[in-house]
Design a protein around this ligand. Structure first.
Ligand SMILES: Nc1nc2c(c(=O)[nH]1)N[C@H]1C(S)=C(S)[C@@H](COP(=O)(O)O)O[C@H]1N2
Ligand SMILES: [Mo]
Length: 377
């Protein structure tokens, strides 16, 4: 019984339950915010069929806020997770490694939690760089793993509830005059807090305009790009050439189909709206868009009021060449087939001759180089 292999022994109080709780509750909060906003983003991009027509179009900045929080909480979770792992890693050397079936299951659930949390943050971070060095589809796997991570997080919290409760408050000094929450722990927590603050302040400007000047680490600077707006996929990358665009027509397919040239579109009533492009990768920027209301174009085609619309781009082969507007978006007075941005005709990279812009919508669905609107029954 007395045998113990020569494993390291840890005496530092920074590895105790109080530190694990202080770091863990911040990490848990970040993970929960990240999870909820991630689920919002998933269902806005891929709604269940009953929800397609009723997705909320207000507030217009809703998705911008939600996705800004998603990416910010994910980034904040990186230093928190590293600190948490450092705090508890001595437990890897506990002896005996397994004390009971329950203990074995608990260790297994923690392995699942750590693995899924690390992989979530890693894939999410690389997505913000638009770098996909793996063979699986990012979005589906990121979504599925999120449930694994949150499920094992909740299980972990339930198992540890007594320890967490006992360590939640700053321990009071006992009879001996020791500072039980001493300077070591305060320095450690302050350092982790500073790391979280630093990575947040240097990235959150990608979606939070006033902090744009501090946006040093995020892959996108919201001000960099033609017409003051970043570009995710350039016209060149999408294979859009002057040739393709030269005989451009908008085709509206519905009960009364028709075609319009660009100058005919420009002679229809024009509307303006200030709406953000809110990219799922975290950057957001408002633009002043002008163009024709989708609603007006659909009415002219004789579309019923609850019609869904398939939006088709000139772009072939990409993942984003086709999108769908449910009825709530299609009828919204702010949903435009935009022809200009900031008073200038759209640049090629922003979707010339025409793109979709709709309120409270993931950027990935704001289809560029639109050539056809199809009324779906
Ligand atoms: N046809 C097409 N439309 C597209 C894309 C695309 O790759 N192809 N990218 C989308 C994405 S991911 C975003 S965030 C916005 C970016 O818009 P911007 O380049 O005008 O800023 O356009 C969207 N529309
Ligand atoms: Mo995007």
């Amino acid at each position: 019984m007395g045998f113990r292999p020569p494993l390291p022994v840890f005496r530092g109080r920074l590895h105790d339950a109080r530190t694990a709780t202080v770091i863990g509750r911040a990490l848990g909060a970040a993970m929960l915010v990240c999870f909820v906003t991630g689920v919002v983003s998933h269902y806005l991009q891929q709604p269940p069929s009953w929800a397609v027509g009723v997705l909320p179009t207000r507030p217009v900045w809703g998705y911008r806020l939600s996705q800004g929080l998603h990416v910010a909480s994910g980034i904040a979770a990186v230093p928190l997770l590293l600190a948490k792992l450092w705090t508890v890693y001595p437990r890897l050397f506990g002896w005996p490694p397994v004390r009971s079936v329950a203990h074995a299951l608990e260790r297994l659930s923690i392995a699942v939690l750590v693995a899924s949390a690390l992989l979530e943050l890693f894939t999410g971070l690389l997505d913000t760089e638009q770098w996909y060095p793996w063979p699986f589809p990012f979005r589906q796997v990121h979504f599925a793993l999120a449930w694994v991570a949150v499920g094992s997080l909740l299980l972990h919290i339930a198992v540890k509830a007594p320890v967490i409760a006992a360590s939640w408050w700053r321990p009071r000094s006992g009879p001996e005059p020791v500072d039980v929450d001493g300077p070591d722990r305060r320095s450690f927590v302050a350092a982790v807090g500073a790391a979280v603050g630093a990575v947040t302040l240097t990235t959150v400007g990608q979606s939070l305009g006033p902090l744009g000047g501090l946006d040093l680490l995020a892959p996108r600077q919201p001000d960099h790009g033609p017409q003051g707006l970043p570009v995710n996929r350039t016209a060149a990358a999408a294979g859009i050439t002057a040739d393709l665009v030269s005989d451009w027509r908008l085709r509206v397919v519905g009960p009364r189909p028709y075609e319009l040239t660009l100058s005919e579109l420009r002679s229809l009533p024009q509307r303006s709206a200030v709406l953000p492009i809110a990219c799922v990768e975290g950057w957001s920027k408002n633009g002043q868009w002008t163009g024709v209301r989708i609603r007006d174009l659909l009415d002219r085609a004789g579309a019923p009021p609850n019609a869904r619309v398939r939006v088709v781009s000139l772009e072939r082969g990409g993942n984003y060449g086709v999108s769908e507007l449910g009825a709530s978006y299609a009828r919204d007075p702010l949903t435009l087939l935009a022809l200009s941005l900031g008073g200038q005709p759209l640049s090629y990279d922003h979707g010339f001759p025409a793109r979709i812009i709709a309120p409270n919508r993931p950027g990935v669905l704001q289809t560029k180089w639109v050539t056809r609107l199809e009324v779906m029954s």
